[in-house]
Design a protein. Structure first.
Length: 129
């Protein structure tokens, strides 16, 4: 049965590429078409499969911060310590757009920066206290 269906689909594809067709009905996997080239016979044709790819809406930030135990906050939320996000594969995944990054060293020093994360790109955030 599988061989017959494969042959039928192969023949249908050949007919469709050589002759104009009229779509009469379609379902989730196949469609019924009338071939004008083969005296109006009905044939089954595979439905085209459409794959939608979602756009990448995040980027990554490589926090190269010294001391490595400095705490990282993004948009007011605690992210972790710098050592957790200091290089591949340990980068922070952030949504594309502007973010406010606050870094607090173990000694209490604070650095705040406004950054822009580009979709699908990696940003290097370099800071030494």
């Amino acid at each position: 049965m599988k061989r017959l269906l494969t042959l039928l689909i192969t023949c249908t594809l050949a007919v469709m590429t050589l002759a104009p067709t009229q779509v009469l009905a379609h379902g989730p996997r196949v469609r019924v078409v009338r071939s004008h080239h083969h005296h109006g016979h009905f044939v089954l044709a595979p439905r085209p499969h459409v794959v939608r790819v979602a756009p990448v809406n995040y980027g990554s930030v490589d926090f190269n911060v010294r001391p490595q135990k400095s705490r990282i906050y993004v948009d007011g939320d605690y992210l972790g310590i710098a050592d957790d996000f200091n290089g591949y594969p340990q980068t922070a995944k952030l949504s594309a757009g502007h973010h406010t990054v606050r870094v607090v060293s173990p000694g209490g020093q604070v650095e705040t920066r406004r950054i822009y994360v580009a979709a699908g790109r990696e940003l290097n955030f370099n800071l030494t206290f």
